[in-house]
Design a protein around this ligand. Structure first.
Ligand code: GLN
Length: 554
């Protein structure tokens, strides 16, 4: 079968849940036995979201191959269990960089470089997922094709049955125009092998007691103005839409009635694929493409998970100690905790505790009622002392504590200060003059001057110490692989001293000997990881460390 392409765009407003719909389509097609990948195209100029403040963009999700990406990739992975790569997250910045590098390289000699066709061709090439082997390689690979100005790039057919492409932003944004033009060209070129799904909003006006379809009509008109006729409309709504309303939308927007589906508010995002399947979204896509629909897959394990979720009503309270008071900033950690809760038959109630507000006077009050605490990742000075105070409290009161990346570093610093007695112990990130740099800049980072994409990123191996709590949590595996995103690391000079006083280094990178995991075996559950286990939790496979943490908190 030729690779089929599904484009997902959004209109009216942002935050409609395009990522969830894309992930759901991926899930449903995967359940039918197809090989699927989902990619996100973001119209901003940054090369990647790695340098963005979480307040701007929420969490930065890291792929196994070390790309810093949009948090929607986290949804894709959690829904489908498929690893994404650097090819699954593209920005305007990356597109332009490739084209500009190629121009400097001399590949277009004599030609004027323009948005159409050069930028749009590069977008199309990425949408079609033509061989991409690392940014520099890309430039060379494309030198031949670069001169051709072709609009007929051949799809790369072997790897996937379906490539789902979500375009960030909202229809009508100036910066998304080249992406829309690329979709228009590809649709024309690919014919029935391409399908456009457009997500819009149907607001309910309380005063009029009416659901309004006009914004959807306008949004579709805007899309049509760019030469794109959507095949399928997903209407985001807070109220159920009846058939008459769907019929109205269908007729005004030139879309079949069976291709107008609704995305109502759900108690959980994981109900969305099932709701989409019930309404025949995957079947509609297949009919549009012209492949036989066949039987509806049962998705038994997914339904088993949802049943478990519905039954998990007993609550457990977990404190999330961090500095970004924004839901999306710790998206994967939140989802990992929720999932681990469900598999432990409890509903995790997360309480965000702003580390900037924590003092030794109020820490008891702040952590009151928490069955466990997660000390969150982060960068920079702000909120650091509050995190250390929180760790001191949970360590001395034996409250299960999970430190992730910066959180692990704070566990180490707290231990150095209050157990080893080095009152000035710190990380070189916060204090370059400390005599006790228990967290130090990694050797390989010392020559780094550029900020973007230069951290220790992606999956690295880690050897576990047998007999440790962590090793037990990982089902007694001796070698694991987890994803990283950091510049600083445990200072190995202190390892022996820490071990002697009760904090053990139980996960070590076999190549670099960097300490990746610390734990205090004497306590109920006190584990810090330099890596980010949260990126690896999926709906059907909750992460073993989160599972074990919740178990201990219970
Ligand atoms: N700022 C720390 C470092 O660079 C931790 C990073 C993180 O928490 N992701 O090492």
């Amino acid at each position: 079968m030729n690779t089929k392409y599904i484009f997902v765009t959004g209109g009216v407003v942002s935050s409609l849940g395009k990522g969830i719909i894309s992930a759901s389509i991926g899930k449903l097609l995967q359940a039918r036995g197809y090989k699927v990948t989902i990619q996100k195209f973001d119209p901003y100029i940054n090369i990647d979201p790695g340098t963005l403040n979480p307040y701007e963009h929420g969490e930065c999700y890291v792929t196994v191959d070390g790309m810093e990406t949009d948090l929607d990739l986290g949804h894709y992975e959690r829904f489908t269990g498929i690893h994404t790569t650097r090819n699954n997250s593209i920005t305007t910045g990356r597109i332009y960089k490739t084209v500009i590098d190629r121009e400097r390289h001399g590949d277009y000699l004599g030609k004027t470089i323009q948005v159409v066709p050069h930028i749009t061709d590069e977008i199309k090439r990425r949408m079609l997922r033509q061989e991409v082997r690392g940014e520099e390689q890309e430039v060379r690979d494309m030198s031949a094709a670069g001169n051709s100005h072709t609009s007929h790039l051949t799809p790369h057919t072997s790897e996937f049955d379906f490539v789902i492409t979500e375009v960030g932003g909202t229809i009508g944004d100036i910066e998304s125009a080249p992406f829309m033009e690329a979709i228009r060209q590809l649709r024309w070129q690919l014919g029935r092998d391409a399908v456009c799904v457009h997500l819009t909003y149907v607001p309910y006006l309380k005063a009029a007691e009416e659901l309004k379809t006009k914004p959807t009509q306008h949004s579709v008109k805007e899309l049509q103005g760019m030469g794109i006729q959507p095949d399928i409309l997903v209407l985001r709504t807070e109220r159920h839409l009846d058939d008459a309303l769907r019929m109205k939308v269908a007729s005004f927007c030139n879309v079949d009635l069976e291709c107008v589906v609704q995305s109502e508010d759900m108690p959980s995002i994981y109900e969305v694929p099932v709701s989409m399947q019930r309404q025949g979204l995957d079947a509609a896509i297949m009919r549009k493409i012209g492949i036989p629909v066949g039987e509806t897959p049962a998705m038994k394990s997914w339904h088993d998970f949802l049943d478990k979720q519905r039954r998990a009503t007993r609550e457990i309270h977990i404190g999330l100690v961090g500095k970004y008071d924004l839901q999306d900033a710790y998206k994967s950690i939140r989802e990992s905790l929720n999932l681990a809760g469900i598999y432990n038959d409890v509903k995790v109630k997360l309480h965000f505790i702003n580390s900037e507000d924590i003092t030794s006077d109020n820490v008891e009050e702040k952590l009151k009622g928490m069955a466990g605490a997660v000390i969150c990742p982060g960068f920079g000075q702000r909120g650091i002392e509050g995190k250390i105070t929180a760790v001191e409290y949970t360590r001395t009161h034996d409250i299960p504590t999970f430190g992730i990346c910066l959180g692990m570093q704070m566990m180490v610093i707290e231990f150095a200060r209050h157990v080893l007695g080095y009152t000035d112990a710190h990380s070189m990130e916060m204090d370059t003059t400390t005599q006790h740099n228990v967290i130090d800049l990694m050797e390989e980072q010392k020559t780094v001057t550029e900020m973007g994409g230069t951290m220790r990123l992606g999956a690295y191996e880690c050897e576990l110490v047998s007999g440790s709590r962590t090793w037990q949590a990982y089902d007694k595996k001796l070698l694991i692989k987890e994803r990283h995103r950091h510049r600083y690391e445990f200072n190995n000079q202190y390892q022996e001293e820490f071990e002697q006083h009760g904090m053990h280094c139980v996960g070590i990178n076999p190549a670099s000997h960097l300490v990746e995991i610390v734990e205090i075996p004497e306590l109920r559950w006190f584990i810090g990881t330099q890596f980010h286990p949260e990126y690896a939790s999926t709906v059907l496979h909750p992460h073993p460390l989160f599972m074990d943490f919740i178990k201990a908190a219970l």
